[in-house]
Structures are given as C-alpha cells and as structure tokens.
Design a protein around this ligand. Structure first.
Ligand code: SAM
Length: 267
C-alpha cells in the first residue's frame, strides 16, 4: 500500500501567451508521444534514476514536468509502491501520461502553482529544468528538503558540432530567432542558481547521438520534442522550415548533451 505524500492543493492552470511552454506542449502532445521520442526520453530517465543511491527508501515522489509520462513510467518501475504526484501544466500531455502510468496523482499545473505542506522523499525533473520560471528552482529545493532531488537538463553539445547541430545553428542564425535557451544560457553551469546550493550531489554528463535520414526528419523531431521552441521561441516553425529546406544533407548526425544531477539531502 503506497503511503500518502504531502497534502497538495490543486490550483487552476494559467494559460497565457502562445509562447508559454505549456501551450507549446499542449499543441504537440500527440506527436511528442511517439515511440522514437519515448525510447529517447526513457533512456535518459533510466540513466538519471540509475544515479540514485541504491539504498534509497522512497515512499513519496514528486515529478515535475511529467509530460506524457515517459519518466513517470521509469519511476514507477523503480519504485513500484511509492505514492507518485506528477505535475504537468499541459492537459493534453497528461492525457497520455494517465494512459501510460495510471496509478499516479496528476496535477495540471506549473511548479509555481504547486502548494505542498511538506517535502517528498524524491523530487524528479526529467528534461524540464530549462523550462522553469523564476522562483521555481527554489521550489524544487524546498520540496526535496531532507530527501533526494534528481534532474536532467540540456547543456551545450560537445565540439566539434555534428552535422545536424551545425545545420540547426545555421537555421537559427539565418532566421535570427531567439528562445529561452539562448547561446549564453547554454553555457551557464547546470544545475543553476538555487539548485547548485545542494550538497551531497553526484553529476554526470550524458551524450546521446542520433542519425536522421535527412534534414526534414531532424527538423520534425527537434520541433516535436520542443527543442526548436527552446532555441527559437516563436520562431520555431520558421527554423523548422529553414532546417528542413537543407535537402542536400542525408544521414544527418545530431548530438544531444544533458547534465544528470542528483542531490542527497537525507539526514
Ligand atoms: C521536454 S518535456 C519533458 C517531459 C517528460 N519529463 C519526459 O521526460 O518526456 C518538458 C515538459 O515540461 C513541462 N513544463 C514546462 N514548464 C513547466 C513548469 N513551469 N512547471 C512544470 N512543468 C513544466 C512541459 O509542459 C513539458 O511537458
């Protein structure tokens, strides 16, 4: 029987301008929930969860930015009887997550709206830290006080850039698009700000290589995962179009890089 986590007070979802991440993911949820994306995000989630201490007694889990439940699934496999609360602002993403991992309390809200009167044994955030708003990293720290915090976040890919990364850089440059994940931000140390104050931490970088048959296939994948939204904001569709127009490129390599971070605040 799973134990109850801290008491949660659901708040209403805030839906703002078109560029808000939740609005973006609301529009691509069905495309995001594809087998190729699942294999990619599941692999990453496995790598992060493998960094958790093997003796961890985890009864309550908060997952932040659960998406369609790829990481939630990995958490459920590793902690079969834990009470999992998953926060995700997009209703369309949650609809897929509910099908994938039903025995979870899903809250359709952003981390900022989460009200909890305690902390969790484990707070997990798979590839969503770069979407957090001001003040939300501090919430991650608070909600994992006395417990474990596990997060993965994109970092700048290694140099020299793979062909696909160069094509993406060229397309962003050509369109002059700018998103939240700016050139400068890519170079900031991760974990950022409040998250870096956690001691007892382990971190590791994961580099994942993929090969796409052509530039349109790469452009589609980057759009569906939200990567173009991250680097180009409202210009995501335009960058996708410019990138996809590079029909001269075949067998396009693309390199992803992520920092995996686990902080242990257990007594
Ligand atoms: C790249 S997806 C990752 C989804 C999932 N963790 C996975 O590994 O597949 C990022 C997710 O973060 C969510 N998100 C964006 N801003 C958020 C916020 N402020 N609080 C919580 N989740 C947020 C998005 O709606 C999206 O579903």
């Amino acid at each position: 029987m799973a134990e109850q986590g801290p008491r949660m007070t659901p708040a209403s979802t805030t839906v703002g301008a078109a560029t808000r991440p939740a609005d973006f993911y609301e529009g691509v949820a069905d495309l995001y929930d594809a087998p190729s994306h699942e294999a990619f995000y599941r692999g990453l989630a496995h790598e992060l969860v493998a960094l958790l201490p093997s003796d961890a007694a985890v009864r309550t889990i908060l997952e932040v930015g659960a998406g369609t439940g790829f990481g939630t699934h990995v958490l459920r496999e590793r902690f079969p009887s834990a009470a999992i609360t998953a926060v995700e602002p997009s209703a369309a993403m949650i609809a897929h997550a509910v099908d994938r991992v039903p025995d979870v309390e899903y809250l359709q809200q952003s981390l900022a709206d989460v009200s909890a009167d305690g902390s969790f044994d484990l707070v997990a955030c798979f590839v969503a830290e770069h979407w957090l708003e001001a003040g939300e990293p501090e919430r991650l720290v608070e909600l994992s006080r006395g417990g474990l915090l596990a997060l993965s976040a994109p970092i700048a890919p290694p140099r020299p850039l793979a062909t696909g990364n160069q094509l993406l850089r060229d397309a962003v440059f050509k369109t002059r698009a700018a998103g939240r994940w700016t050139h400068d931000r890519r170079r900031e140390p991760v974990p950022r700000g409040a998250l870096s104050t956690r001691s007892g931490s382990v971190q590791r970088d994961a580099v994942v290589g993929e090969c796409y048959p052509d530039a349109p296939a790469l452009a589609r994948a980057l759009y569906e995962r939200g990567s173009l939204m991250a680097v180009a904001g409202d210009g995501a569709r335009e960058v996708e179009r410019v990138l996809a127009s590079r029909t001269d490129a075949t067998d396009v390599d693309f390199t992803w890089a992520f920092r995996l971070f686990v902080a242990d605040d257990r007594p």
